[in-house]
Ligand binder design. Structure first.
Ligand code: SAH
Ligand code: SF4
Length: 425
């Protein structure tokens, strides 16, 4: 989501005549797009600001956008005197106005949060890759998981009308894009509050109808809203890829309840079983938090058991980090840092073994791959189930769905050879 926000910021800046540069020293404007989901990410912003301070003498404008900007607002301007402006994630399109105000010598903090969807068809977006594109389907989040700052920094959940999404995807397909990833904090609750009667499976069906588009992905799914209808829809639509990111966060019902996730371990496992039954080739990945307040050894053991039981293709795991405004911030952060560290490395070690085994099982298989990058004779792409696949081959395979036979496997990379003549239309 942050990557796509940066593409939107670059798009707005392009309409104002700015061009991106790799050389920070020659920049007239430097913006940091920030993340506030964990404290560490927030600290990084201040160290990064310290680093770019030296560019300031030459009159360069410095702005902070994203969730730290939203969270801190004017306070950030007070705390860091050389920052010229602060722009929240729902204020991206106020950037031209902000730059105008700066010219009058005023420092600006723009952090309006709610209201309707800001992404629209007139939204300028400067996408970095010509074959795969992110498309916003909703903004904000209404779930208020007790540990999470996102509802406070990205505001209330609002869906984008389906005809706009479909129109954007059509335009992308006409430009040669082959894959779209539909983006939202909880795509499974798509459609709430819209005038039209539509849900996420309905949206997938509409996007599926776009000619020229090959693959559709989506992130993120909240398990509580992951329905049977969605599973059947994914299974029945050939363009929808067999990759499902289904964050569990914890394996113990006691902790899930305290996290406010609104599902039990058993319900989660039922969803996994349903996916495996109807979409047998689906890759499932997850997010986990370790050391949530009150997490005991037996709770953590249940998380490890869940990993063993599901055998994810991969997981992202984090040490719990207290976030201001959240409900959990009122509880004692009572799992010592050393225990959090130990649990995280234990979890990652276990998952490493599983990922290794899962990756190794690809040896000898033939996969459909969309190559989106080529460098020095090496193609890189993703399979339908989102594995990174590389192969030696000519540039002509870029942007085509190519058949690749997997010869070697590494933990996060499958290395294959191209089956010539095996390209899909
Ligand atoms: N909407 C998505 C992702 C939200 S943030 C979802 O519900 O899955 C991405 C991940 O950051 C979360 O899945 C969670 O694992 C992690 N995260 C969020 N808040 C956190 C916190 N306070 N401490 C540690 N990890 C956190
Ligand atoms: Fe945060 Fe929960 Fe919303 Fe995901 S669903 S963004 S974890 S509040």
């Amino acid at each position: 989501m942050n990557v796509h926000d940066s593409e939107k910021l670059l798009g707005v800046l392009a309409t104002l005549g700015y061009q991106p540069t790799e050389d920070e020293g020659e920049a007239h404007l430097i913006m940091l797009n920030t993340c506030a989901v964990r404290e560490k990410a927030e600290h990084k912003v201040y160290s990064e600001l310290g680093r770019i301070r030296k560019q300031k003498g030459k009159g360069t404008l410095i702005g902070v956008c994203g969730c730290v900007a939203q969270k801190e607002g004017r306070r950030l301007l007070e705390r860091v005197p050389f920052v010229d402006f602060v722009l929240g994630p729902r204020s991206i399109y106020s950037l031209p106005q902000v730059l105008k105000e700066l010219k009058k010598g005023r420092r600006v903090a723009k952090t309006e949060l709610n209201g309707s969807c800001i992404t629209s068809l007139v939204t300028p977006v400067l996408r970095r890759n010509p074959y795969r594109a992110y498309v916003t389907v909703m903004e904000g989040c209404d779930n208020f998981c007790t540990y999470c700052i996102v509802p406070y920094t990205r505001g209330r959940e609002v869906s984008r009308p389906s005809r706009e999404i479909v129109e954007e995807v059509k335009r992308l397909a006409d430009k040669g894009y082959r894959e779209v990833t539909l983006l939202g904090q909880n795509v499974n609750s798509y459609g709430k509050g819209l005038d039209e009667r539509i849900d996420f499976p309905g949206l997938l069906e509409k996007v599926h109808g776009v000619e020229g588009l090959s693959w559709i992905r989506f992130i993120t799914s909240h398990p509580k809203d992951f329905s049977f209808r969605l599973v059947k829809t994914i299974a029945s639509l050939p363009k929808v890829c067999e990759y499902i990111h289904l964050p569990a966060q914890a394996g113990s019902n006691r902790i899930l309840e305290r996290m406010g996730r609104k599902y039990t371990r058993e319900e989660y496992l039922e969803k996994v079983a349903m996916i495996r039954e109807y979409i047998p080739s689906a890759a499932i990945t997850s997010d986990f938090i370790v050391g949530f307040p009150g997490e005991r050894d037996d709770d953590f053991q249940l998380t490890l058991d869940l990993l063993e039981e599901v055998r994810y293709q991969g997981v992202f795991a984090f040490r719990y980090s207290v976030r201001p405004s959240t409900k959990a911030a009122l509880w004692e952060d009572n799992v010592p840092l050393s225990v959090k560290r130990e649990r995280l490395s234990h979890l990652l070690k276990l998952q490493e073994d599983i990922t290794h085994e899962v990756s190794a099982s690809y040896k000898g298989k033939t996969l459909e791959v969309l190559f989106h990058q080529w460098k020095d004779g090496k193609l890189e792409g993703r399979s339908r189930d989102n594995k990174i696949v590389t192969a030696l081959g000519p540039k002509k395979h870029l942007g085509t769905i190519t058949q690749v036979k997997i010869e070697h496997t590494k933990m996060y990379e499958l290395i294959g050879t191209i089956i010539e003549g095996g390209d899909a239309p």
